[in-house]
Design a protein around this ligand. Structure first.
Ligand code: AMP
Ligand code: ZN
Length: 158
């Protein structure tokens, strides 16, 4: 996408420290790391975020994140790893091109990834669980004369 910094990194227009590459994504070092080894797994194709990204691309990216996590553990002896995907500005997404952070953690590293834990009533949990567990209704676009391979499924959110 025009003007997208991560698209430019994928195309090589902007340099990066690339760690590995698949046909669907690249893994590079974050330019302002939370810790040394902080890696970004970036889709090759431009998707804004988790809502729109193709399933096969996201699946590949999380497997790459796992591979990086294991390398950080084995080669840098980190004590833990945070794997984070920020989606939309309010959730901390600065660059609107889908990416996953892999952040190695060390003793006393002063990295703060936290939130205030809320208390909720049982009824509220029940209502939320109900709303989140309902299946989406899938509408089939097409009619009987439409060849099967041309029938499109469309997600309809209530
Ligand atoms: P996010 O807040 O999830 O959008 O994170 C974007 C990340 O991209 C930040 O951690 C930045 O440090 C990182 N970043 C921005 N520009 C570059 C770049 N040119 N090369 C590597 N990482 C970058
Ligand atoms: Zn992009």
């Amino acid at each position: 996408m025009d003007g997208c910094i991560f698209c430019k990194i994928v195309s090589g227009e902007i340099p990066s420290f690339k760690i590995l590459e698949t046909d669907k994504c690249i893994a590079i070092l974050d330019i302002n790391p939370a810790n040394p080894g902080h890696t970004l797994v970036i889709s090759k194709e431009h998707f804004d975020n988790v809502y729109s990204i193709d399933d096969d691309v996201l699946s590949d990216m999380i497997l790459v994140a796992k591979k990086i996590a294991r390398r950080l553990k084995e080669r840098f002896e980190c004590k833990g790893v945070n794997i984070i995907m920020n989606n939309e500005k309010i959730a901390g997404q600065i660059i609107p091109h889908a990416h996953i952070h892999v952040i190695p953690r060390f003793d006393d590293d002063k990295v703060i990834i936290t939130y205030a834990k809320k208390q909720m009533a049982k009824e509220q949990f029940a209502e939320i669980a109900k709303r989140l567990s309902e299946e989406e209704h899938i509408e089939q676009k097409g009619d009987e004369s439409t060849p099967k391979e041309n029938i499109k499924e469309e997600w309809v959110f209530r």
